[in-house]
Design a protein around this ligand. Structure first.
Ligand code: ADP
Ligand code: MG
Length: 404
């Protein structure tokens, strides 16, 4: 994944179209309200790329999707509050147009001077965006000399603003490169996929095995050990013949779980104890039991302390750790212990020099909740995109960028 980034090209005096991830939470979904950005983390995350380009003499045209509008009539998803917040963060005026493409956009883009910033309307207001419409891509490319993709979280989708536009810029002889955020994601996750240092230990958890069979299988090709916790561990425990009571078990995934255990029993490490409860509820009381003693009327909602110890042993000499999927129902305080203990362990390992990469939306949320995001080598900003990359898939938005 040796892709060119903005430092590999000349942007002085150029118009640069940057696909950012400004898909931020908003204060209201009612178009009649005054809508504000409630968390500007993603806007701040794009500032290094934006500032670098501005400092190097470019004029910027920024585009992003925001929420899930059905049509351009869903004005509650207009980019105005985002552009306003970007202006606050940059400390300078940011111009916003009410179209994605069209005469008003063409005129505004043509008038841009180095140092200017223009924000386009929500790309999903254009029906062609999600269809990767090449006409839309060409209209976007016509606005600029250079295309920069800094929206890793959308790179697994071939849309006009992520994939088509890169090809359209190439068609007119311009470069299509990665921004700093994208570059960071590729460095961290790309290393894990293409040339991981060993020992390499992967940790898998979360709710559903069926969603992640391909991921586990791919990890087994590159990782030395795969530790399994969370809800998905129950399906593996059941596949081993354990009673799993009322735990979340995917009957239809049992054959796959058995197949993986048959393939790599010594490298798939399962829990030795779990925290069980009567019900899936925040106020349910947890009891620690060995995995061979889960009662028929109980459900396993977290890994137990002996499992954390067992996982800790496996992780001690690791050079690289990739973690996806919470170890338990971390949303409930009573069943967050396993996830928090793993997060703390990984923060300690990061400090000792282990490369720790975390992918997945809920996993990133769990680490954030534990207050440890900054203590990990890398927490991916792209939920689905990070998982697809780890599955070994080629992401269209990345494939379309220039190789080094
Ligand atoms: P990610 O988004 O990081 O890829 P997933 O979406 O696969 O992670 O899984 C996250 C969900 O898994 C969380 O909502 C969590 O409550 C749930 N989960 C974890 N352990 C269990 C369990 N033992 N039983 C039921 N749900 C669980
Ligand atoms: Mg999830």
């Amino acid at each position: 994944m040796n892709k060119k980034t903005i430092t590999d090209i000349d942007v002085k005096g150029k118009k640069v179209l940057v696909r950012v991830d400004f898909n931020v939470p908003l204060s209201s979904k009612d178009p009649n309200d005054t809508i504000a950005v409630t968390d500007d983390t993603r806007i701040r995350a794009a500032l290094p790329t934006i500032n670098y380009l501005l400092e190097n003499g470019a004029a910027l045209i920024l585009c992003s999707h925001l929420g899930r509008p059905s049509t351009a009539a869903d004005k509650q998803y207009a980019m105005d509050p985002v552009a306003a917040q970007l202006g606050v963060l940059l400390g300078k005026p940011v111009q916003k147009v009410d179209e994605v493409v069209g005469p008003s956009v063409t005129a505004a883009a043509a008038a841009l001077q180095p140092g200017d910033v223009l924000v386009l309307e929500n790309t999903r207001f254009e029906p062609g965006e999600k269809k990767n419409d090449l006409g839309l891509a060409a209209e976007l490319a016509a606005l600029a000399d250079v295309y920069v993709n800094d929206a890793f979280g959308s790179a697994h989708r071939a849309h006009s603003s992520t994939e088509g536009v890169a090809r359209a810029i190439h068609a007119k002889g311009g470069p299509a490169v990665a921004g700093f955020l994208m570059g960071k994601e590729l460095a961290a996750l790309g290393t894990a996929v293409t040339n991981p240092p060993h020992p390499y230990v992967a940790i898998m958890g979360g709710a559903k095995v069926s969603d992640k069979i391909k991921l586990i299988e791919n990890l087994l090709k590159t990782a030395d050990k795969v530790l399994i916790g969370g809800g998905m561990a129950n399906t593996f425990l059941k596949a081993q013949g354990h009673e799993t009571g009322k735990s979340l078990v995917e009957a239809e995934a049992l054959p796959e779980a058995k197949r993986l255990l048959g393939m790599a029993a010594d490298r798939l490490i399962l829990p030795v104890d779990v925290v069980v409860a009567d019900a899936f509820a925040a106020d349910a009381k947890g009891d620690i039991v060995p995995v061979y003693a889960i009662a028929a009327d109980k459900m396993a909602l977290d890994i137990g302390p002996a499992t954390v110890e067992r996982f800790n042993d496996e992780l001690q000499n690791a050079q690289l750790v990739v973690w996806n999927g919470p170890m338990g129902v971390f949303e409930f305080e009573n069943f967050a212990e396993g996830t928090n203990a793993m997060a703390e362990l990984l923060a300690e390992l990061t400090e000792l020099g282990t490369q720790v990469v975390i992918g997945g939306g809920d996993s990133a949320a769990a680490v954030k909740k534990a207050g440890l995001t900054d203590k990990m080598s890398h927490v991916s900003t792209g939920g689905g995109a990070s998982l697809e990359l780890l599955e070994g898939k080629e992401l269209p938005g990345i494939a379309a960028l220039d190789d080094k």
